[in-house]
Design a binder for this molecule. Sequence first.
Ligand code: COA
Length: 325
Amino acid sequence: MSTVRTVIKGVGGYLPERVLTNDDLARVVDTSDHWITERTGIKERRIAAEGELTSSMGAAAARAALDTAGLAPEDIDLIVLATSTPDQTFPATAVTIQAELGMTHGAAFDVQAVCSGFVFALATADSYLKSGQFKRALVIGAEAFSRILDWQDRTTCVLFGDGAGAVVVEAQKLNGALTDRGILATCLRSDGRYRDKLYVDGGPSSTGTVGYLRMDGPEVFRHAVTKIAEVIDATLRQAGYKASDIDWFVPHQANRRILDGAARKLGLNKDRIIITVDKHANTSAASIPLALAAASADGRIKPGNLVLMEAMGGGFTWGAVLIRW
Ligand code: COA
């Protein structure tokens, strides 16, 4: 039975030049490399330069993804950008990226699901491509979280970093076999009762300010592993696969202990997990595409591999995507 699948054509990432280490942070707030490493696995993060925007980082990642796909902006007809740190309240940062790429056709919009943003954006693009409305999409995660951190608050400022990642996806008519390439299953969830556990204390309709990130870290941690495990289970069941079939597990990179916990629940070997949290920290919606870009560039993720992505973030939102790379 012929079916349309959303197939990965290219992937790319962009990281700002400036590296901020744990020791650098220990000179700003009362913390230590030992505490941050032990609790989170983070050693360093990248910080956007003055004047460097979410749109410029997103456009750089998009160009890198187009290069690996061997495609040009005119081949793309949809841009979905996941971000919680837009350049402006409006217009959508996706249209700035569209303009930077020299695209005057197609459509571009932002998706806001915080750290789950890339999973939500990829699932959105998948639905549009499968419906036949668009043929090729750029799905981007780009964040400048350094701009919404309270640099006096040691409980949050040590956890995040800046960057962008992108994939190019294409609708292809395939046989519908499990072994065909492309997205096999997506699962999205949210529960707004927990919206005050991880949020920004400002906004256009409330305070009229941008605000700073606030988080109840232990409470987020408490929910993370069970919610992630539940959505992974639902995604695998939907596709007819078992955890043991997964070649690469590409989790949102929030905290080493959370991703080890999720892998343990799945019974996955540690060498099947793509880890970038040590070098990038939590780049929110950018973390999964940055991890995909790293693992694809160094040859770990290869065409034909079964890749499982998952994320959880503010809202709470959480979700997973299973893809045959
Ligand atoms: N450096 C040193 N000490 C710190 C610190 C830091 N950067 N941040 C917090 N502490 C202190 C606390 O003040 C507390 O001190 P106290 O016992 O004297 O009160 C102590 O460390 C323990 O704090 P707690 O918050 O209970 O630590 P924790 O083991 O829960 O670790 C997190 C904190 C944030 C690392 C952990 O809760 C976490 O990873 N949560 C999930 C966060 C996350 O991933 N969010 C993004 C989701 S997308």
